[in-house]
Design a protein around this ligand. Structure first.
Ligand code: KIV
Length: 297
C-alpha cells in the first residue's frame, strides 16, 4: 500500500446486523471510504507520490481494479479497439462511452473515474463539447472528462471547466488524430513539435486542467514538461519522470495479442491462459467429464 492509501482510506468493512421480521440480514458497509478526487492527485504530486491509472470499460474489471487500490480509472476511448475491435478510436460514440462509463461507475467505491470524450464530440465546437461533457457526467456518474489536444481545443476545455466539470488533458500521441499523424510512432521528436507540446501543456494548466496525459513522447521531454507543470502529468510511453503512469488494462494483463510497444509491460499473459481454460471446458463438455454428479442438483 502506498502512503496515501493507508492514510486516506478506511476500507475496513463493518458488519451491521439488522433484525427484519425473523431474518437476520448481514450487510457489509464500507465506512469512511475516502474517495480519490482531483485534489488528492494534486496532493500526491506535491508530496512526490506517483499516481497509478488504468483503463476499464465494464463493471467486473473496474471492480477488481478499484479493489486493488488504483488511484484513477480511465474509461478510455480505447474501448473502441479493445471492446469493439475497431482499428482506431474514431468510431466509438458518445452513447457507447456513456454505457461503458456507467458500468464502471457502478463498480467503483474509491478511485477517480475519468471518461474520454470521443472523437467528433468536442473538436471545433465548444458548445457541443460542453453538452457532451454534461451528458457524460449526468448519465454515467463519472467524475471528470479527458480531451485530446492543445491549443486547437482550448475553447472547448475552457467552456467545460467553466461548467464545473474537471478536465484532464492529453498531449503527444493523440490517437483520435491518427489520420493526421499517419502512424502511431513517437511524437515530438522534432524541436518544433516539442516546443508546441510544452506550450500546450502550460496552456492546459493555465486554463484549469487538473492533470495531463503525455503519450509516446521522448522521456527527456516527458521529464521537462512534468517539471514545468504544477499539475500532475500521467505518462504512457512518456518516460519514468511523469507524476503517474497509465496503461490499457487489457494490454498489461496480456488479454490483447500482438501488441508490443516498448512502453508496455505485460504483468500477465491472460490470452493464452484464458484460451487454455476454454479449450479444457470444451473438452470436458464433449467428453461428458463436466458436469460431474456433484455439479448438479
Ligand atoms: O483511450 C485510452 O485508453 C487512453 C490512454 C491510452 C491514455 O487515452
Amino acid at each position: 500500500m502506498t502512503q496515501s492509501q493507508t492514510e486516506n482510506v478506511g476500507l475496513i468493512p463493518w458488519t451491521v446486523v439488522i433484525l427484519h421480521h425473523t431474518m437476520i440480514i448481514h450487510m457489509s458497509i464500507s465506512k469512511d471510504v475516502k474517495r480519490i478526487t482531483t485534489h488528492t492527485l494534486q496532493e500526491m504530486k506535491d508530496a512526490g507520490e506517483k499516481i497509478s491509472m488504468l483503463t476499464a470499460y465494464d463493471y467486473s474489471m473496474a471492480r477488481i481494479i478499484d479493489e486493488a487500490g488504483i488511484d484513477v480509472i480511465l474509461v478510455g476511448d480505447s474501448a473502441s479497439n479493445v471492446m469493439a475491435g475497431h482499428e482506431t478510436t474514431l468510431p466509438i460514440t458518445l452513447d457507447q462511452m456513456i454505457y461503458h462509463a456507467s458500468s464502471v461507475v457502478r463498480a467503483v467505491k474509491r478511485c477517480l473515474v475519468v471518461v474520454d470524450l470521443p472523437f467528433g464530440c468536442y473538436q471545433g465546437d465548444s458548445k457541443k463539447a460542453l453538452n457532451s461533457a454534461i451528458r457524460i457526467m449526468k448519465e454515467s456518474g463519472a467524475h471528470a472528462v479527458k480531451l485530446e489536444g492543445g491549443f486547437q481545443i482550448i475553447d472547448s476545455v475552457a467552456r467545460i471547466l467553466k461548467a464545473g466539470i474537471p478536465v484532464m488533458g492529453h498531449l503527444g500521441l493523440t490517437p483520435q488524430s491518427i489520420y493526421k499523424f499517419g502512424t502511431y510512432t513517437v511524437r515530438a521528436k522534432e524541436e518544433m513539435e516539442a516546443d508546441q507540446l510544452r506550450k500546450d501543456a502550460l496552456e492546459l494548466q493555465e486554463v484549469g486542467c487538473f492533470a495531463i496525459v503525455l503519450e509516446k513522447i521522448p522521456s527527456a521531454l516527458g521529464k521537462q514538461v512534468s517539471e514545468s507543470l504544477t499539475i500532475p502529468s500521467i505518462g504512457i510511453g512518456g518516460g519514468p519522470d511523469a507524476d503517474g503512469q497509465v496503461l490499457v488494462t487489457h494490454d498489461m494483463l496480456g488479454i490483447t495479442k500482438d501488441f508490443h510497444p516498448r512502453f508496455l509491460r505485460r504483468y500477465l499473459e491472460l490470452y493464452d491462459a484464458m484460451k487454455d481454460a476454454v479449450t479444457d471446458y470444451i473438452s470436458d463438455v464433449k467428453s461428458g467429464e463436466f458436469p460431474s454428479s456433484k455439479e448438479g442438483y
